[in-house]
Ligand binder design. Sequence first.
Ligand code: PEP
Ligand code: MG
Length: 326
Amino acid sequence: ERKQLNRLRREPSRTIDGVDIRLYANAESRDDVAEAHALGAAGIGLYRTEFLFLQRNEVPDEDEQFRTYRDVVLGMTGRTVTIRTLDLGADKADRTGLVLRDEPNPALGLRGVRLSLARPGLLDDQLRALLRASGYGPLRILVPMISSREEIRAVRTRMNRLAAELRAEGHEIADHIPLGAMIEVPAAAIALPGFIADLDFLSIGTNDLVQYVLAVDRNNEALGEMYSPLHPAVVRLIRDVIRLAQRKGKPVAVCGEIAGDARFVPMLLAMGLTELSLHPVTLLEVRRTIRACDLQALKARAPSLLKARGRLEIERWMAAAAPDLA
Ligand code: PEP
Ligand code: MG
């Protein structure tokens, strides 16, 4: 079984009817990047930078961040690398003193882009490091927890100003650095028509989107099965985001855990998704499933998926759409 999967390292992630699906990797370390490269990932779709900031007492400075981001870019040898700005919040235990303690609702607190905008020095150091790394290969910047166009505009304004400064200082910066948003706060998904023009690309963070749409804590085991992407509200929202992005010609991926779970692949393909970002551990399994999917047939089933009235109906849809892996 493992051996069979290993043979897929050099095979394309192509459906039976010949459509290429871009499989990007989620990464948070050097090892993840090396693994993603070896497995033939299309690039890095989500590099989580929080891990640079955890388990230490001081914030990494611009140079340290630059070296880390540059090495991710170099490690992918010309494939696109998507690095996410800091997504720290009270749910991730830092010792650097950046994060507010004792927030009553950390998931609804000063986290992600909110924290970055509240600490401009922090954001500037990270953006400068990222911009400098863009001189070494294709790099995109992804911003977490966006809920309004003001936030993405504020980041873009900083980014443009810093890029001009760095060029004046003699640094080589890419001419165009795509800036995208995580779509993981329901407000961003719902208000997307009003600010998609401000985005160069989108990445749907289903881990948080599910939590916020359903008001179900993603880490609270007492809620058990309630935390599920198979709620019709979640399915419809994901489909709407994909459709709008495609109508506007913006690249869109799903980077939450469901992208790395082969059971969800037919559903995501039926909704028109052509980019997934997932942990390298499951990349080959997902590739195998994609290679067994008939995209035209899945798309023909999409209307019944969107008509499903509850989780059970969606589960039945998934069972009927599951490809034969024999
Ligand atoms: C998500 O929310 O789906 C996501 C990919 O980000 P994280 O799990 O880091 O919050
Ligand atoms: Mg998230």
